[in-house]
Structure formats: C-alpha cells, structure tokens
Ligand binder design. Structure first.
Ligand code: ADP
Ligand code: MG
Length: 237
C-alpha cells in the first residue's frame, strides 16, 4: 500500500539546509498497525507529511496504492489526500464554532455529498466512536478524549485507506490515552491501516510494528509480537 524508496527531504531556510530525511525506504501493507518512534527532530512528522501527501520528497520515490505520488502537483495531492488519508493530530484541529456533526461532515463537502447524506454519514461516524449523544455539542463542551474521538470520526468519515495519527495522545492524560488506543485497536481489528507517531513506549506497544527513526534514517523496524490488547477503560472517562 505504502512504499517509499530512498526518500529524502531537505528543507531550505535561506542559506541553510536541514536534511530532515536522509534516506528512508519502508513499505507498509494494507491492514498494518505501525508506530513511528524516535527522538524529537528525527524526521517523524516529515515522513508522516510525505506519506499523507501533505508534502513531497526532495528525492526518491513514494508509491501509494500503486500510484507514484512523488512528483504530483498540489491539486493532485489534495485529491489523493481527500480520498485516501484520514488525519488525526495531537491538537485535534477541530473548528471551534462548528458542532461535532459539522466538524465530522466537513471532509464530505469536498467529496461532493449532499447535506443530508453528509449528516447521515457524520452521525454514523460519531456513533462508531461512542459519541452519538454529543452530535450537537461544540468542541469546547467536550473533554479532551471526546474531542480526539470527534477528530477520529472526522478522519474516518470518508472511509480512507490509511489513518495517520501524529502524537494522537500527546495532549491527553494517561487513562484517556488508553481509551483512544482502545479505539485504534478496534479500528485495526476492523481492517484499517494505521500509522501513528508517538514517543511513549506504552502507546507504541499497541502497534504491531515499531519503526524507529534517528537523524533522518530508519534505525530499526521490528514486529511487536505481543501488542497490548484491550484494557478495560470506561469509554466515557
Ligand atoms: P520529529 O517529528 O521527529 O520531531 P520533524 O520531522 O518535525 O521531526 O523535523 C525533522 C527536522 O527537520 C528537524 O531538524 C526540524 O527542525 C526540521 N524541519 C521540520 N519541518 C521543517 C520546515 N517546515 N522547515 C524547516 N525545517 C524543518
Ligand atoms: Mg513531530
């Protein structure tokens, strides 16, 4: 599904260059659950942005679902993003004035659905993350864990082929983090492909494969034979 070959990314800042990715070759199959780890500045977010078609590599090739996306224009990338990728961010990135339902329905506007289909799909997505009774709430009327669940519903509403989550539990307390990992576990069980960035070992341990980056290179790439299974946490924190 995802195949990067010797991808490099150099940022130019005036006369200075930062080699964020020196050479990264990885492949991820459909249905995998992968965690990217590594110290701050090792290139995790840069790699996620390229995989998520938010940015393109300076060199090397990136094949996503059998399409070479390495040199696509911004318009082409945007189209692939809308179809294939569901993003989850550390800071949730919800629209504060919009209701949960409106937030979740947003990607469906770009996908061309009419209003009533958008609302139906958004409602189902919210129901699937345990928030059927919060559809008309605004983000600031929800707890952190509930906000992240709204963001996950939004990421899933378009039925993307990959879920990309950059530090999804970075702003959550431990118990809430586990409930979000619980949800990821279920999504993985249902066949979703998930890649998440985390620097917390106990969060990474939910994934079935851990790729460590260091200085823009893959330091290790290991299967986790004993991923964390369901722990009993209450969904409503
Ligand atoms: P991580 O997510 O592992 O902390 P990043 O991918 O964010 O690492 O950053 C890798 C390196 O690239 C760092 O040295 C960072 O300062 C640099 N970098 C990241 N984004 C940019 C950017 N937009 N412009 C310039 N340098 C950047
Ligand atoms: Mg980062």
């Amino acid at each position: 599904m995802i195949e990067t070959s010797d991808i490099q990314k150099t940022y130019k800042m005036g006369a200075e260059e930062v080699r964020a990715l020196k050479s990264v070759s990885i492949s991820v199959n459909k249905g995998e659950y992968v965690a990217f780890m590594g110290p701050s500045g090792s290139g995790k977010s840069t790699l996620m942005n390229i995989i998520g078609c938010l940015d393109t590599p300076t060199a090397g090739t990136y094949i996503l679902n059998e399409k070479d996306v390495s040199d696509m224009s911004e318009n082409e990338l945007a189209e692939i993003r809308n179809k294939e990728i569901g993003f989850v961010f550390q800071t949730f990135n919800l629209l504060p004035r919009a209701s949960c339902l409106e937030n979740v329905a947003l990607p469906l506007i770009y996908a061309g659905y009419n209003k009533s289909d958008r609302e139906d799909k958004a409602f189902i997505a919210l129901k699937n993350v345990g928030l059927a009774d919060r559809v008309h709430h605004k983000p600031n009327e929800l707890s952190g864990g509930q906000r992240q669940r709204v963001a996950i519903a939004r990421a899933l509403v378009n039925d993307p082929s990959i879920i990309l989550a950059d530090e999804p539990t970075g702003n959550l307390d431990t118990k809430t983090s586990y409930s979000i990992m619980e949800l990821f576990h279920e999504l993985h069980q249902k066949g979703n492909t998930i890649i998440m960035v985390t620097h917390e070992d106990d969060i990474a341990h939910y994934a079935h494969r851990v790729i460590r980056l260091r200085d823009g290179l893959v330091e290790s790439d290991e299967i986790n034979l004993t991923p964390t299974r369901a722990v009993t946490v209450e969904l409503d924190e």
